[in-house]
Design a protein. Structure first.
Length: 199
């Protein structure tokens, strides 16, 4: 059985020490937010068994740890680090496999095959349907500009519009409680785009 307290301490220590300050979206705070959202969504999705909750929280802590090494394909690096560290934290082979499956499900386009993976995917993109979307989105824009992924604000907003159009939440809770707010953010971006064209 995974020692979840040791897992929290170990991953937090790694993220705080090794994540680049250029990661203004994929930060330590982002991972903490995903963990919190996982717990909230799991409760509403009636996930109460301790072993399921430990697996889910462990996957949430590890899902972006690969960013300490690489940006593109970070999910695969997260899986590699999880396989390296989880045995030291009490995980058995089956638990490691399930956690790695959840992590890989968050790779875009997301592809969850079960409820726990769906919860992690929705928690990872919870901000799309959050009132904090504008501020969090700004952090992603700054990150991409700093790393040379995009060259302008205009390019960022085009990508955001496209992503919001294509994205769908998987869990009932997120569809009901984040979906309407996400659609409002999309409408706001479309309105801003139209106003820019008219101007």
């Amino acid at each position: 059985m995974i020692d979840i307290e040791k897992t929290r301490i170990r991953v937090q220590e790694i993220l705080q020490k090794k994540l680049s300050p250029l990661l203004t979206y994929h930060s330590y705070q982002h991972t903490c937010g995903v963990v919190k959202s996982c717990i909230e969504i799991a409760e509403h999705e009636h996930i109460f068994h301790p072993s399921d909750l430990i697996l889910l929280e462990s996957a949430a802590w590890f899902h972006d740890i690969g960013f300490i090494n690489i940006y593109q394909e970070h999910e695969q690096h997260s899986v590699e680090l999880a396989k390296e560290l989880l045995p030291q934290l009490g995980a058995c082979d089956n638990e490691i496999d399930l956690i790695c499956e959840m992590i890989m499900a968050t790779r875009l386009p997301q592809s969850p095959q079960n409820l726990l993976s769906s919860i992690l995917c929705d928690a990872d993109l919870d901000y799309l349907g959050s009132p904090d979307f504008p501020q969090i989105s700004k952090g992603l824009k700054e990150e991409w500009i700093s790393l040379g992924i995009i060259k302008s604000e205009e390019e960022f907003y085009k990508r955001q519009l496209s992503f919001l159009h294509k994205h769908n939440y998987f869990t009932r809770f997120s569809r009901k409680n984040r979906g309407p707010v996400k659609r409002q953010h999309l409408r706001n971006l479309l309105l801003a785009e139209r106003q820019k064209i008219i101007a």
